[in-house]
Design a protein. Sequence first.
Length: 221
Amino acid sequence: MKAKQLVIPVLSALVMFTLLFTAGCRSVYNATMENVFGYEKRELFKKSVTALQSEQKDAQKEFKDALTRLKELYGFQGGELESVYGKVKSSYDRCDSEAKAVHTRVGNMEDLAKSMFNEWEKEIQQYTNPSLAAASREQLRLTKDRYAQLSRTVRDAEATMQPVLGQLKDNVLFLKHNLNASAIGSLQGEATNIQKQIEELLTRMNASIAESDKFIQSLPK
């Protein structure tokens, strides 16, 4: 009987998490973590920034790999073209997947930031000591300013992903439709442009990762 009593709550918890994740409902998940498991909004927000930073590093790694694959493609001197195409296609697919993951992380961070700032503003009204209220209000202002800078940098890096993905997809499709050496020659004309775009993206992602790290360090421990 005791075993059944233990199993039911565990199964219920598993079902709840499955529903939350399959529905893709960030707000419900965040509320559950806060209300059921006792996480503070500030803690959840900090975790979301850290998770985004980690996701950006993964995406950066995949775009670097894509750049390597493209250089191999443009330097193709003969051999198994099908194999080269397969590598470029796989690299594009991974980049696309990572870009979507970054987009999801950015949305989660923004949801939590809005929720945290709203709660902070309401709680300032509960102070009875004017000096403490003023200090908290100033801390809120500074945190908002730092977050605004982080958000701009993150969004800037995210937006730069889309043109790069478009160029990568064009290369993949053109190769798919023209698996011959002359197709490589046609793509080489675009080589400088797409390589420049990827390098710019990597630079922006570096800036975003650094900004995330600076913001995390600025949060109260």
